[in-house]
Unconditional design. Structure first.
Length: 236
């Protein structure tokens, strides 16, 4: 029987590359599957894609309720850097994401889903992303966009973004809902020249309170709706 030290050292403990949004704690490890939820999840996906760089593959259902508006997303990333794919049904959508990840040619692969997938599809996506790291040109990042509070099992991390704009200041509340090695945490985010980043290491109390109150009001009174600024990202 092999000693415990040998068993514990079978896997490499090297640090994996990751995408961060202005804070080392807001990190999405490459080669893994992450879930983005909340009313502003499309904004968060664009912010992450902008940090990673194109090209990106964005997969949606064949008849989505909304589609991305190129004029609006141009503030985050060149629309020409995104390849839009429409799948005929949900199983095909996840299959297309799996194939794109395994190919390893696109730094970011996004699937806009009507609801969280199950454990088996998520596991297959993890394996495809890991395979893509070894055979493609990059370490692909998989982003699952799910409505409301998400809930996909087996994901690496789960993040929720909600708009909480104050007067003419664009603000969002970012929640880390789940991570394998970190507890839940909240940030107040804003737009900087580097993209979506924490508003301030020690944000003004009034701004932070407003952001949290605005999100609470959204959850209680506007369930299932999109803030006006987020609605600009999509068109019916």
């Amino acid at each position: 029987m092999k000693p415990a030290s040998t068993l514990l050292s079978r896997r490499s403990h090297r640090a994996f590359p990751e995408i961060t949004l202005g804070d080392a704690e807001i990190a999405l490890r490459l080669g893994r599957v992450h879930e983005l939820c909340g009313a502003a999840r499309h904004t968060l996906a664009l912010a992450v894609t902008a940090r990673a760089g194109g090209p990106a593959i964005w997969i949606t259902a064949s008849d989505p309720a909304d589609s991305l508006c190129p004029d609006a997303i141009a503030e985050w990333i060149n629309p020409g850097d995104i390849l839009f794919v429409k799948a005929m049904k949900r199983d095909t959508l996840l299959w297309a994401m799996e194939e794109a990840l395994r190919d390893g040619q696109a730094p970011v692969v996004i699937a806009d889903l009507p609801g969280p997938p199950g454990m088996v599809p998520v596991r297959r996506l993890h394996l495809a992303a890991e395979a893509g790291c070894g055979k493609g040109l990059c370490h692909p990042l998989a982003l699952l966009l799910t409505p409301e509070d998400g809930g996909a099992p087996g994901i690496e991390t789960r993040w929720a973004l909600h708009a909480a704009h104050r007067h003419h200041t664009p603000l969002w509340k970012l929640d880390r809902l789940r991570a394998r090695m970190a507890p839940p945490k909240q940030w107040v985010m804003t737009c900087t020249k580097e993209g979506l980043s924490p508003n301030d290491p020690a944000p003004d109390a009034a701004v932070e309170t407003h952001a949290l109150d605005a999100t609470k009001a959204h959850d209680q009174n506007n369930q299932g709706t999109i803030h006006t600024s987020e609605r600009m990202l999509t068109r019916a």
